[in-house]
Ligand binder design. Structure first.
Ligand code: F6P
Length: 342
């Protein structure tokens, strides 16, 4: 039996660990032929495939990015090309597809599954905003990098008596900001789920100054917005899934703090540094468990679902319960973090 595998959307550390696990168990245990589909759904539209065997996937466990490449191609937009996909699946004799992706890639997987595509999803995004799973792989790596960055920013902020703002990714949810902020001892954490008040941030800085702490470190998710305004965008254009590009909220906050309380600020934007490079041990293990579970589901003929982790158990969740919603930050968890603000 031939099984295709693709990675779509933004990359996340651990994609190659999933691919390696699918190939290892698929080939060795089930005697499957595994076909790599290049660059997400685009590769299925263009029938752009490579054969993945044990040799091809040896040594990729610690490697960042995706050996298959990725894209944000949406086969339903601007034109509906779903039939082209279904034809290519049939012509190339694929019996099933493993789709590694976030809300967009899995949204497409769900639509195609309703058209008859036998598909299993694997939850991937550094944002950790997918429903049905406690963790997406890639998130732990992003949090670790952002935490290390906060540690580094602390020492320079303290030496220069400055306020430093770290802008991290997270367009609709603040999981990275919250967990890195908690682990890195941030003095304020700003997330998209809770519009922020600049005066409150200034009060945190002033309060710290009044108790002899003449430096502060603030972490902000790119999608966080001021109470009185809108999200700050890098550009207004939208991708094939309708997403705008965020960026710049850190600079907005830095400038406002300087203007309102005359305290020197600096801004660091972590950007794609938190997405590139090697996965943490946690993500390598999670991605490996996901890959094994995905190929097992294929073997059982259980399609239209996504693997996930709940507690420490690997589970399967119907795609209909995953797509079209978002796992936002638990505000009780945020309240806990706020005990350390100021
Ligand atoms: O979806 C994950 C993510 O990393 C978001 O946090 C971020 O807004 C977006 O991707 C950036 O996408 P791109 O790589 O296209 O700039």
């Amino acid at each position: 039996m031939k099984v295709g595998i693709l990675s779509g959307g933004g990359d996340a550390p651990g994609i190659n660990a999933v691919i390696r696990a699918v190939v290892k168990k698929g080939v060795q245990t089930y005697d499957y032929e595994i076909v790599g589909i290049k660059n997400g759904w685009r590769g299925l539209l263009e029938a752009d495939f490579i054969v993945l065997d044990l040799d091809e996937t040896s040594g990729i466990l610690p490697r960042g990015g995706s050996i298959l490449g990725t894209s944000r191609t949406n086969p339903f937009k601007p034109k509906n090309k779903a039939q082209q996909i279904m034809r290519n699946v049939e012509d190339s004799d694929l019996s099933a597809v493993v789709a590694i992706g976030g809300e967009d890639t899995l949204g497409v997987a769900f639509k195609l599954s309703k058209l008859g595509l036998p598909v299993v999803g694997v939850p991937k995004t550094i944002d950790n905003d997918l429903c049905g799973t406690d963790y997406t792989f890639g998130f732990n790596t992003a949090v670790s990098i952002a935490t290390e960055t906060l540690d580094r920013l602390h020492t320079t902020a303290e030496s220069h008596q400055r306020v430093i703002i770290l802008e991290v990714m997270g367009r609709y949810t603040g999981w990275i900001a919250l967990e890195a902020g908690l682990a890195g001892g941030a003095d304020a954490i700003l997330i998209p789920e809770k519009p922020f008040d600049i005066d409150e941030i200034c009060n945190v800085v002033k309060h710290r100054q009044s108790r002899g702490k003449d430096f502060s470190v603030v972490v902000v998710a790119e999608g966080a917005k001021p109470k009185e305004g809108k999200e700050i965008l890098y550009s207004k254009g939208r991708d094939a899934f309708g997403h705008v590009r965020f960026g710049g909220v850190g600079y907005y906050i830095g400038r406002e703090i300087e203007r309102r309380i005359n305290t020197e600020t600096r801004v660091a934007v972590l950007g794609h540094l938190q997405r590139g490079g090697s996965p943490t041990a946690f993500d390598r293990i999670l991605a490996t468990r996901y890959g094994i579970a995905a190929i097992d589901l294929v073997h059982q003929g259980e399609y239209g679902c996504m693997v996930g982790i709940q507690g420490n158990k690997i589970v399967s969740i119907p795609l209909k319960d995953v797509v079209g919603k978002r796992k936002t930050v638990d505000l009780e968890f945020y309240e806990l973090a706020s005990i350390f603000f100021g």
